[in-house]
Each structure stands twice: as structure tokens, then as C-alpha cells.
Write a protein that binds this ligand. Structure first.
Ligand code: ADE
Ligand code: ZN
Ligand code: ZN
Length: 264
């Protein structure tokens, strides 16, 4: 009788907890994605930028600090930063014309980080805090589902199957495809597509807002790539992983531009 009761309680617990976990929005490019962007950015930063960053971060690498934005999510003192990891715009509406989130978004988050780093009166600790966040947010800006629709929380509410397990579209783009590729962040950073100096310059053109609008075009394609509840596996990565690799590369190259401009 006792074992029966215990198993009953255990089953109820498992059912409830699986429901809870199913609705928790997944964070960001997973750790590997963010680190890859940090590592690629390091390849495109000027020596003066590298020197200034090393000073502020006490020698910590961009790859190491790139995940800081997620780490502080578990500290309620920093909950004001939660909306700065994404921006939601209806399809076909550009950032400039969209209704803004009064609590902040990726664009205002990045602007805030830049302002503190440029502020002569800011403390070294504040500069370090906002520099780490900047590295993270410029990464998030290149994850298509971080420029998704508000109504499904950037794909967090679009349930799919990933190799037979429950997942959502957001997490597939944050981490499932990257993890399935089984390369470390250094391997991913060392195996980007070869591009010319002119192409790098071209990618570094434009504003943060232009880059957000560009990422939205990949979000539109990502939404169109699945049906709710669809069973995704190898073929989905086969069709979409080139976009992930290219967005990681662009994220790194553009993060370097943002940093080079700050530390001119
Ligand atoms: N993470 C949590 N809410 C989100 C949203 N609305 N869009 C993108 N990512 C999110
Ligand atoms: Zn995410
Ligand atoms: Zn994030």
C-alpha cells in the first residue's frame, strides 16, 4: 500500500515537473554558440582593442565572458536585463517602425552597454559588467529566434520533436543543432567559411538596427521551416546548419566591429 502511494506521488510529481520544464523558455545561443562568436570576434579585433579589453576583463577571453549574460539570469538582482536578450517584431515590420518593449530589448540593451563602456566616470567593475553583457547581446542578436514573434515568445511556444524528444523551435536554433554538430567552440571558430577582406568590410557595415532587421529575415525562414509538433532530426540540420554557421561567423565579425569602434 505504502509503495503504491509513493509511486502515485512520484508519477504526479513527474507529470507536473515535465509540464513546468516544457514551458520554461530556453535561454540563448547555448554556451557553444556564444563562445564561438567570442572566439571569432577575437580574430577580428585590432591590437589596441585587444589591449583595452584585456585591461577591463583582467585577461579573460571574449569566449569565456560570452555566457555571462545567461549566468546572471539566476540572480534576481539582474532581472531588469532579461528582456534585453531579444527583440520581438511582427513579420514585415522593421525595428524602427515596431512597437518597443518599454522594459528594454536587444537594441536598447546594446546601447546601454556601449554608453557605460564609453563613460569616463564609470568604474572598472561596471565597464567589465557591461562589456561582458555586450559580448553576449551582440551574439543573441544573430540568433534568428531572438528576433522572432512576441506571440510565441520567439519560438519558445512552438513545440517540436527533436530526435524523438520534446523540444521547441527556439531551443533547436539556440543549441540543438549546434550540439548535434559535435564541434567545440574553438573547432567551430577555426572552421568558418573563408571570406575576403571586402566581404568582412561589407558585413561590418550598417547599424545595430540594420543587423536586427537582417536577422528577422532568417527568423521568418526558420518559422516557415517547421510545422507545430513536427518530428525533426538529421534532415533539419542538413537544411539549416549552414545558416547557423553563417550567423555565428557574422556575429563574431560584427562583435569585433562594435568593439573596435568603442576602443578606437
Ligand atoms: N525568450 C523569452 N521570451 C522571448 C521572446 N519573447 N522572444 C525571444 N526570446 C525570448
Ligand atoms: Zn535563446
Ligand atoms: Zn542571451
Amino acid at each position: 500500500m505504502k509503495t503504491f502511494k509513493l509511486s502515485y506521488i512520484l508519477i504526479i510529481f513527474l507529470v507536473i515537473s515535465s509540464q513546468v520544464f516544457a514551458t520554461v523558455p530556453s535561454p540563448n545561443w547555448g554556451k557553444t554558440g556564444h563562445r564561438t562568436i567570442g572566439e571569432i570576434a577575437n580574430d577580428y579585433t585590432k591590437s589596441k582593442t585587444k589591449r583595452k579589453i584585456a585591461e577591463i576583463l583582467d585577461g579573460q577571453s571574449l569566449a569565456l565572458v560570452s555566457t555571462f549574460g545567461d549566468d546572471i539570469k539566476s540572480d534576481s538582482r539582474y532581472k531588469n536585463f532579461n528582456t534585453m536578450h531579444y527583440v520581438n517584431m511582427p513579420f514585415g515590420v522593421k525595428y524602427e517602425d515596431s512597437e518597443k518593449n518599454a522594459e528594454g530589448d536587444l537594441v536598447t540593451g546594446i546601447e546601454k552597454c556601449k554608453a557605460v563602456i564609453l563613460d569616463k566616470n564609470a568604474s572598472k567593475a561596471d565597464k567589465a559588467f557591461y562589456l561582458k553583457l555586450l559580448v553576449h547581446f551582440v551574439g543573441d542578436l544573430h540568433q534568428p529566434m531572438h528576433v522572432g514573434r512576441a506571440e510565441d515568445k520567439g519560438g519558445n511556444d512552438i513545440q517540436v520533436q527533436w530526435f524523438g524528444s520534446g523540444a521547441n523551435l527556439h531551443s533547436v536554433w539556440d543549441s540543438k543543432m549546434i550540439d548535434g554538430f559535435e564541434m567545440t567552440y574553438t573547432e567551430l571558430a577555426n572552421n568558418t567559411d573563408k571570406i575576403s577582406k571586402e566581404q568582412v568590410k561589407f558585413l561590418q557595415k550598417g547599424t545595430i538596427t540594420d543587423w536586427v532587421n537582417e536577422t528577422q529575415t532568417f527568423a521568418v525562414k526558420a518559422y516557415a521551416s517547421v510545422a507545430v509538433g513536427e518530428k525533426l532530426s538529421y534532415n533539419y540540420s542538413y537544411e539549416n546548419f549552414e545558416t547557423v554557421r553563417s550567423q555565428l561567423q557574422k556575429g563574431g565579425i560584427r562583435l569585433a566591429k562594435v568593439l573596435n569602434d568603442l576602443f578606437l
